[in-house]
Ligand binder design. Structure first.
Ligand code: SF4
Length: 229
């Protein structure tokens, strides 16, 4: 199986009734500023090439961001932050991501979310996280050169452990706590894999200064150092 097949399959998933109802309701009602647009209103697949050595895992699509544009992190403030940072790190062809077909290309990085459907209040339940975990597991398994996972926020950090355990990675006990700049390297069937924690690029963090551009740049610089020594 390849990523294109996976992307098509996840786009049709309806496993979580609450999220299916929410994503479709948002797409029907729309935000006034986007009333002339056709919302995607479905699960949002990952973005980036199959030979990526770095993955960036966020929380979930935003109601009027990825759920509108159909592309992960695209069309909202969180996306403004992450794609500008990827561009500064040499991993994106341009610093903005506004819509499918805007010319953005990613190199050596695949961006995905732990939960693929926009949740109410940006808050998936643990059951929804667990339901979506197999999609993340399949996606990471389809990145044969993967060496680094940048995890945006504690939700993705928690979601990743069972995925990595199922993939045969030896997990530390106790699990390392999430934090900005935390770095953990695991041994697994495809060699070492390093997890790098970063505060999420949510407005709650970026507006308050909890996450600054230099802080995010430092994590992505570390990621590129690990794959390009
Ligand atoms: Fe499917 Fe994941 Fe969306 Fe649930 S959150 S409906 S598992 S794609």
């Amino acid at each position: 199986r390849d990523l294109a097949v996976l992307d098509a399959r996840v786009s049709g998933c309806r496993a979580c009734p609450r999220l299916v109802a929410w994503r479709e309701e948002v797409a029907r009602v729309k935000r006034a500023a986007f009333r002339d647009e056709d919302y995607w209103g479905r699960p949002v697949p990952g973005l980036g090439p199959a030979d990526a050595r770095i993955a960036v895992v966020g929380l979930a699509p935003a109601a009027h961001g990825g759920n509108r544009t159909g592309r992960v992190f695209t069309g909202d403030r969180s996306g403004d932050w992450i794609f500008a940072a990827l561009w500064r790190a040499g991993l994106a062809s341009q610093p903005t991501s506004t819509h499918v077909g805007d010319g953005l290309e990613l190199g050596d990085v695949r961006v995905a979310a732990a939960v693929r459907c926009a949740p109410p209040d940006n808050a998936p339940t643990p059951a929804e996280r667990d339901a979506c975990n197999p999609w993340l597991a399949r996606e990471l398994a389809l990145l044969p050169r993967l060496r680094v996972v940048v995890v945006l926020g504690g939700f993705g950090w928690t979601a990743l452990w069972p995925v990595l355990a199922a993939a045969g990675y030896a997990l530390p006990r106790p699990r390392p706590a999430f934090g900005h700049g935390v770095e953990v390297t695991l041994d697994g069937p495809r060699g070492p894999l390093t997890l790098l924690g970063s505060y999420h690029v949510s407005q709650q963090n970026t507006f308050t200064g909890r996450l600054t551009e230099p802080m995010l740049d430092a994590v992505l610089t570390r990621a590129t150092e690990l794959v390009r020594p």
